[in-house]
Every structure is written in C-alpha cells, then in structure tokens.
Design a protein around this ligand. Structure first.
Ligand code: ADP
Ligand code: MG
Length: 224
C-alpha cells in the first residue's frame, strides 16, 4: 500500500521581492514497510517536503495523498487526526519536554486522543521505551541523557501511536558520527523487525546506502 503518494507537488516562498521555489514538481511514492532516504544538500527542499507530507505545511500545487487520503480535501479535524495518529515525527533538535521524564515524554502523544485505558497505555509506553533500549532511563529527565539517547527517546515518542509512517528530518545532524550510526541502525532495525515505515532525510552522504532506497533531491526536484 502507498502510504505517501505525491504527484507534481510544488511549493514556493515569497521573501520580499524574491520568490523561492522550494519544491518544483515532486513525484514520489512511499510504500508501507519501506525505508526511504532523501538525500540533498542544505536548501534543496528536504524539510519543506517532509513538512508537507506530515501535514505541517501545505503544497501550492500538485497532489498529496497520505494513507490514501487527499490532504487538500480534509477538514481541520480529519487533518489533525491524520497528523496525530498516522504520522510520527523525529527532528534534528529532539524536541523533548525538559521538565518531563522519559516515560512522560513518550506517553505524551497518547493524550491527544485518550482512547487507551491507563494500564494499557503504560504497558505501551514501557514497551516502546524498551524497544529503543532505554528501559533503565524511564525516570531520567532529558538533560540527564546524551544526544544519542535523547534521539532514542524521540524515536520512542514517534513510535508510541503505532503510526503508518515516521518522518525523520535530519535526525542525526546534531550527533557525533558513532551516535548517528547507532540511530540509523536502530531505525533500520525497527524497519526490518517491526515493519515501521521510515522517510528519513539527510544532507550527509556518509549515511547513504546503509539501508533501503535512496532518493536524491536537488533544487526542489528529484534527481535520478
Ligand atoms: P533543506 O531542508 O533541504 O535544507 P528547506 O526545505 O528548508 O531545505 O528549504 C528549501 C528552500 O526554501 C531554501 O531555499 C530555503 O531558504 C527556502 N525556505 C524554506 N523555508 C522557508 C520559509 N519559511 N520562508 C522562506 N523561504 C524558505
Ligand atoms: Mg532541512
């Protein structure tokens, strides 16, 4: 099944007198269970593309379908439930809440729609924290962890809603190369063993070809 279907997607920004064409006709499919890496230099349009796929931003033109739904046809409520329930996000800067411990950070997305009973919710949070290897750190706060460990927490937080797709925007850019490779190995492992679908982007050529399919983006276009 195609989790992401993009046809001729475009996006421009107006900066004073100048127009920046950030995306110039992107056509791309991502299927369930795939690990896709988008590689391109800084400014090539990676974040713009991921933000549109994650319904954090809107395309100017073209078709954007996520889990089969044309996002331009969704009302606000359906769009936010798509974003909250079907998509997980991992960012370069981790974006953890400093005053919450690891367990509470990971639990947070489950409060958006409180469907789970308390024991079930706790069991789910424990399970994803174990799956990223941080069982011993549940009661620590983010500032007590290394960068690599913080990014593992962010991965657990992205996984906890059991999303159809995880978007990872340069998740390794703030890490030393050993931690960066460990994070990539963890995502590859989750992809292989739990069938988690990842769309990962990076400017770092050294991270390419380790897992899955590679798509190159240049000046807002897919470069084959
Ligand atoms: P990448 O993530 O690959 O570095 P971006 O998607 O952030 O690339 O940016 C693509 C282009 O769009 C760049 O030229 C950038 O300067 C421009 N851009 C991105 N976001 C904005 C914005 N909010 N306003 C104006 N220009 C933007
Ligand atoms: Mg970016």
């Amino acid at each position: 099944m195609a989790v992401v279907e993009l046809k001729n997607v475009s996006k421009s920004y107006q900066l004073g007198e100048t127009r920046v064409d950030a995306l110039r006709g992107i056509t791309l499919d991502v299927h369930s269970g795939e690990f896709t890496s988008i590689i391109g230099t800084s400014g090539s349009g990676k974040s713009t593309l991921l933000n549109i796929i994650g319904c954090l931003d809107k395309a100017d033109g073209g078709l954007v379908k996520i889990t089969g739904q044309d996002v331009s046809k969704l009302d606000e409520e359906s769009e936010s439930s798509l974003r909250n329930e079907k998509i997980g996000f991992i960012f370069q800067s981790f974006n953890l809440i400093p005053v919450l411990n690891i367990f509470e950070n990971v639990e947070l997305p489950l409060f958006v729609k409180n469907k789970l009973a308390v024991p079930e919710r706790r069991e789910r949070v424990d399970r994803v924290i174990e799956s990223v290897g941080l069982g011993k750190f549940k009661h620590h706060r983010p500032d007590q962890l290394s960068g690599g460990q913080r990014q593992r927490v962010a991965i657990a937080r992205a996984l906890v809603t059991n999303p159809s797709l995880i978007l990872a925007d340069e998740p390794t850019a703030n890490l030393d190369s050993k931690s960066a490779h460990m994070i990539l190995d963890l995502m590859a492992d989750l992809n292989r063993n739990q069938n988690v679908t990842f769309l990962f982007c990076s400017h770092d050529e050294k991270l390419i070809g380790r897992v899955g399919r590679v798509v190159r983006i240049q000046d807002g276009m897919i470069a084959e």
